[in-house]
Design a binder for this molecule. Structure first.
Ligand code: AMP
Length: 279
């Protein structure tokens, strides 16, 4: 695996791939890789000849400096994992290479960034869309893979790609979970043993809501209460539990197949998000 450190190296490498007739898939991450990330890589390999993974802990998308300072870094481990999964190129720039002197551009997606994670984490999505636009603009990948775990992030990037006429196919990969159902996340290692144990309530609540939906319950408030009451039996603080439309992200009073229950909690000072598409 070759490691690229600058946008110029990324751009030139992608050009060479294209000249050789090879398609390129990009998998952006912030590192501290787990099976959720490697599932994206494996999917990327099915969709393109060349996989470019990126690792960049993007300061622009952290509205909380403690969260940024505590974000885990495991570069040696990550490099090994990416090699094991057949990644040909890793793009891992430092902050100076990503944001040169006097950097002053921001990509702002309106509307859908005002709600959910956007309202709890001001500036977060502008940071995400700015960095992803830079990655896309340097590499011009054919395909990019993102996880369903960050459902709103996918919707925001999809909006940006469509609005800015970027010829990139986006693929949403399913959420990979721990054996007890907790969605894998680089932040999970910050949970105390007790909090880690309690965190499973999020998935248990989502599963129970799915059971109710399958039994014919369509009232969103009732589904939301089901999830909330499961989480309320733990020490987690609920930020939101909502039933939303998958494209507009608007709240729905009546749940329909394909709509999404989204959850955000703070547990042991760690923000955890999860979601489930009702079927
Ligand atoms: P992150 O490193 O947390 O920024 O995540 C990088 C990419 O991996 C994003 O597209 C996430 O949605 C995705 N991802 C993170 N956790 C999971 C998971 N448990 N299952 C599937 N994808 C995930």
């Amino acid at each position: 695996m070759h490691i690229l450190r600058t946008p110029q190296e990324l751009s030139q490498t992608a050009d060479v791939c294209r000249v050789n007739g090879q398609s390129v898939a990009m998998v952006p991450t912030m590192g501290a890789l787990h099976q959720g990330h490697t599932s994206l890589i494996d999917l990327a390999r099915q969709h393109a000849d060349i996989v470019v993974a990126t690792i960049f802990v993007n300061p622009l998308q952290f509205n909380n400096s403690v969260d940024f300072d505590k974000y885990p870094l495991q570069m040696d481990h990550d490099v090994q994992l990416l090699e094991q999964h057949g990644v040909q190129f890793l793009y891992a720039p430092n902050v100076d290479a990503m944001y040169g002197a006097n950097f002053s551009t921001s990509v702002h997606v309106g509307g859908i960034t005002d709600v959910l994670e956007g309202s709890s984490r001001p500036g977060h999505f502008a940071g995400v869309s700015t960095v992803v636009a830079k990655l896309f603009s340097a590499a011009r990948p054919d395909v990019a893979i993102f996880g369903q775990k960050d459902f709103q992030q996918f919707a925001v990037i999809q909006r940006m790609v469509s609005d800015l006429d970027m010829p990139i196919q986006l693929i949403m990969a399913p959420t990979i979970r721990e054996p007890d159902g907790l969605a894998m996340s680089s932040r999970n290692i910050r949970l105390s043993d007790l909090a880690r144990h309690e965190a499973v309530a999020i998935w248990q609540g989502l599963r129970k809501a799915q059971e109710q939906f399958s039994a014919g319950i369509r009232d969103s408030d009732q589904l939301i209460k089901t999830v909330e009451s499961m989480i309320e039996s733990t020490s987690a603080d609920i930020d939101y539990v909502k039933v939303i439309d998958p494209v507009t992200l608007n709240g729905l009073s009546i749940a329909t197949p394909g709509c999404v229950i989204v959850v955000a909690v703070v547990l042991d000072e760690v923000r955890l998000i999860d979601n489930h598409v009702l079927v």
